[in-house]
Design a protein around this ligand. Structure first.
Ligand code: HEC
Ligand code: HEC
Length: 217
């Protein structure tokens, strides 16, 4: 699995095989969504009772994939990923076991996905769709579909997050954080740093608007 993921990422990014090998988390045991539902009272204020946030700056957690959610919770717990608002719950996360973090990940992953509405601006939508589906070869931007899927559902087993319906302002902030390398937690972040390095602010606005309105049928 580990080997498979590494090769997959290298192939998708078109990187030569000599590039630093990327490793991913070992295949995880599954969490217990029911147990997780009892651990998230403090999270609802920002992420909603079922992981659908009500503020464009705060990420939805629904359906992002267990492995991805678990990895991010570990980063926050360990202080590697930092955010002023998440700081409030880091002491709480520090008291949780890996199994409890997995249970939280399972809970949010099991909740029904929320629906967003892309801005109805034809030029912006066209640019966003084109970038998402095809990338921009001349600028060295790979297609997002390669890893996040045509409808934005990600690739659960590989730990590639779903981005379908994600909050627009959060998407923009986090893509800019990858671009500036300030989001720098784990080897997967370096994949996204490579993806984001050549995106302009206008590209980010367009692709974020498209992802916010992207759903599987
Ligand atoms: C005061 C608001 C607030 C509270 C309370 C809060 N969060 Fe967050 N959370 C955020 C913000 C803002 C981010 C985005 C951080 C960033 O940009 O790096 C975030 C990010 C996350 C992420 C990463 C999402 C992603 O898409 O990468 C996870 C997972 C998460 N929070 C889980 C939790 C859990 C579990 C709790 C409760 C124990 C919690 N949060 C409580 C505001 C909050
Ligand atoms: C080679 C695979 C790959 C490609 C291509 C790719 N991504 Fe990603 N993406 C990932 C992985 C892996 C992560 C998780 C990174 C981490 O752990 O920080 C991720 C994370 C993200 C996140 C953060 C999600 C969150 O909830 O915080 C966004 C937004 C994103 N990608 C958007 C894009 C966009 C837009 C494109 C196309 C321009 C793209 N990705 C292309 C693999 C990829």
């Amino acid at each position: 699995m580990k080997f498979f993921n590494s090769l997959l990422i290298i192939a998708l990014l078109g990187l030569p095989l000599s590039t630093k090998e990327l490793t991913t988390a070992e295949t995880l045991p599954l969490g217990d969504a029911n147990a997780g539902s009892n651990l998230v009272a403090q999270c609802a204020a920002c992420h909603g009772a079922a992981g659908a946030s009500i503020n464009s700056d705060w990420p939805n957690l629904v359906g992002q994939g267990q492995q991805y959610l678990f990895s991010q919770l570990k980063y926050f717990q360990g202080g590697e990923r930092e955010n002023a608002l998440m700081m409030a719950v880091v002491p709480y996360l520090k008291n949780l076991s890996d199994q409890q973090l997995l249970d939280i990940a399972a809970f949010y992953n099991s909740q029904p996905t929320s629906v967003g509405q892309a801005k109805d601006d034809q030029a912006l939508l066209a640019r966003g769709e084109w970038l998402y589906r095809s990338g921009d070869l001349n600028k060295g931007i790979p297609a997002c579909t390669a890893c996040h899927g045509l409808s934005g559902m990600g690739l659960e087993q590989a730990g590639f997050p779903a981005i379908s319906g994600q909050q627009v302002s959060y998407l923009q902030t986090t893509l800019k954080n990858y671009r500036s390398k300030s989001r720098n937690t784990g080897e997967y972040a370096s994949v996204m740093q490579t993806v984001a390095v050549n995106l302009t602010d206008a590209d980010i606005e367009a692709v974020a608007n498209y992802m916010h309105g992207l759903y599987s049928q």
